[in-house]
Design a protein around this ligand. Structure first.
Ligand code: HEC
Length: 139
């Protein structure tokens, strides 16, 4: 492959990578990893599979209108959602569809607290939060 086509490919890929990656999300994930390790010395890494299970499972213990994250965020994270309680629209939660996701720690913590209580009837753990963000970052 010649240098010009290599350059063309690099220029085509660059904006995608630049859009999706965000140092604030990386910092957030390292904070959650440190917390997960503090709670369980056996912690090794976050898992997008566990994050997806958290997202799709119908839980017991929360508000009956919202037994799953998908009740508001829909089964397709790349799609816009709708708040099952208020009917208000919600922007997509997948990072590919919404690169600003998981970049503001205060917002993220606020919604994890409220949404996990609404769905699971309890707060999410650092492990669950890291798994969820890791899943959404790959969507
Ligand atoms: C009752 C509806 C509802 C349910 C159920 C719900 N969410 Fe949300 N979620 C929202 C709304 C509304 C927002 C804020 C609006 C926005 O960010 O677009 C939000 C935002 C978030 C955010 C903030 C993301 C960011 O970067 O700003 C996180 C994290 C989140 N939700 C996680 C979850 C998880 C995990 C579940 C399932 C355990 C869940 N949500 C279930 C309504 C819901």
């Amino acid at each position: 492959m010649n240098r010009r086509s290599l350059l063309a490919i690099a220029l085509a890929i660059l904006p995608i990578v630049a859009l999706a990656a965000d140092p604030r999300r990386d910092a957030m994930l390292s904070d959650y990893a440190a917390e997960a390790r503090r709670l369980d010395a056996g912690f090794t890494a976050f898992s997008p599979q566990r994050g997806e299970t958290l997202f799709r499972t119908a839980w017991n213990g929360g508000d009956a209108r919202t037994s799953s994250c998908t009740a508001c965020h829909t089964a397709n994270p790349r799609q816009a959602g709708r708040n099952a309680k208020t009917g208000r629209p919600i922007e997509p939660v997948a990072v590919s569809a919404n690169p600003r996701r998981f970049t503001d720690k205060v917002e993220v913590e606020k919604h994890f607290l409220r949404d996990c209580k609404s769905v699971l009837g309890r707060e999410c753990t650092a492990l669950e939060k890291g798994d969820y963000i890791t899943f959404m970052a790959g969507q």
